[in-house]
Design a protein around this ligand. Structure first.
Ligand code: ATP
Ligand code: MG
Length: 412
């Protein structure tokens, strides 16, 4: 990206109503634009971060054999009425809209009903099972409070995965694989050490579900962890009866706050039964399909990571999801020429700050944008065949030879 050619601009001030740190920083750094409370546009840099998060998730899910689809946001009320979830008293966050030709549609807050309903066209025999499908899809939720930047949107990006099985054992096995995949995903996103699988309530078909909670001071959830963080409970299940079952006591736990970045759920027959998703088993009997669902808040994750790694100068992206790895500045005539050449050879890795601005402003923007490494080539560094490389995370600058820089850039 060449900054002189891009429309994005960093801002000195965040919008007045943007009180969340993640929202304020991401707006100021030119990653997102705020339309209204809980509704944001993703600009070129923000979109790259989202795509990088998606790639990490996609790779892990594809390894499990999950297939990617994309379902509609507009919802026919019918399947939702069968589970009772179209009613505003059951689900209080619906956005609904009217058809000109008459009738009401919903904007999907999640997709259990439509996917269960859709798959009736594709599942009839045990031979059709098991399988799993996922999507990255925009969800709409009329959230009462939307003051947490992109941590809680009224329109937001979710990855939702659904799995379909002939037996409880098969569902349990797949669920365990997703647990491991999620741990890998959060590790690759750079938040593995602060993200914990947390016991949550399960509903009628399963005693517990699991949330993935990232420790975060502004997180909206209250969670409890023990000494070595091997057991984490959310508020719903942190009670004596549950703790007895695990052989632990309330005093062994510390209360803290987390942001729920994902959750996994053994649905069993919760949706397949009311919607009639059945299969004929090898004993010729008609049975109900076992289901699991597994969510990740993709846009929330971007906010959690932005919020968690920031300092007083701005964002600090983990290398795995940064929009670009290097922020390049040329100083002086020869320095600028060399910078231009480096950029043209590695456009996909570099933000080239070729704007007609003071060096101090360029450095401040490189820090605000949180790009992991800043490269400076000047007439002076070129005189010794070198460049300066500064780490955003540590602030350390080292001199590297142009040869070493070429190797670094070639490594990707
Ligand atoms: P929360 O308790 O935070 O409202 P939820 O239990 O309603 O979350 P799910 O319906 O299970 O969440 O959605 C799956 C994931 O989508 C959540 O784990 C979270 O990461 C993300 N998510 C949920 N609501 C929002 C929102 N309003 N904005 C951004 N991400 C969200
Ligand atoms: Mg919610």
């Amino acid at each position: 990206m060449k900054l002189s050619k891009s429309f994005i601009k960093t801002l000195r001030e965040a919008p007045k109503d943007e009180t969340a740190k993640n929202g304020a920083l991401l707006v100021r750094a030119g990653y997102i634009h705020k339309e209204m409370a809980g509704v944001y546009d993703y600009l070129p840099l923000g979109l790259k971060v989202i795509e990088n998060i998606k790639s990490i998730i996609r790779e892990e899910l594809n390894k499990l054999g999950c297939e990617e689809i994309s379902m509609t946001a507009l919802q026919n009320p019918e399947p939702w009425e069968k589970t009772g979830r179209f009613s505003d008293s059951e689900v209080d966050i619906w956005f609904k809209t009217e058809l000109n030709s008459g009738g009401i549609l919903g904007l999907a807050p999640t997709h259990e009903e439509p996917i269960t309903n859709m798959l009736k066209s594709y599942i009839s025999s045990y031979k059709d099972l098991p399988f799993s499908v996922y999507q990255f899809q925009t969800k709409f939720r009329n959230e009462l409070r939307a003051k947490s930047g992109i941590l809680r949107g009224r329109e937001f990006l979710m990855k939702d995965l659904y799995s379909f099985h002939t037996s409880e054992k098969d569902l349990d096995d797949f669920y365990a694989k997703v647990e491991t995949a999620y741990q890998n995903i959060f590790k690759y996103l750079g938040i593995g050490d602060i993200t914990f699988e947390t016991f949550a309530s399960g509903g009628i078909f399963s005693k517990y579900s699991h949330e993935f909670q990232t420790l975060l001071p502004v997180g909206e959830d209250t969670i409890y962890y023990n000494n070595d963080k091997s057991l984490v409970f959310n508020k719903e299940v942190f009670e004596d009866e549950v703790l007895d079952e695990f052989g632990v006591k309330k005093e062994d736990f510390v209360e803290t706050t987390g942001a729920e970045v994902g959750n996994i759920f053994k649905l069993k027959f919760k949706y397949s039964e009311p919607l009639g998703l059945n299969f004929v088993d090898n004993d010729n009997e008609t049975k109900t399909v076992y289901m699991g669902c597994y969510g990740i808040g993709v846009s929330r994750l971007m906010g959690v990571i932005a919020e968690n790694f920031a300092d007083e100068k701005g964002l600090i992206w983990p290398e795995s999801i940064t929009p670009y790895k290097y922020y390049l500045v040329g100083i002086g005539e020869e320095g600028s020429k060399k910078a231009d050449q480096l950029y043209s050879e590695h456009e996909d890795l570099i933000i080239f700050d070729d704007r007609d601005l003071r060096i101090g402003e360029k450095f401040a923007d490189s820090e605000l944008m949180g790009i992991p490494y800043r490269i400076v080539v000047s007439d002076k560094t070129l005189a010794s065949n070198s460049a300066e490389l500064t780490s955003r995370a540590t602030g350390e600058t080292k001199i590297i030879t142009l040869d070493d820089l070429a190797h670094l850039l070639a490594r990707k």
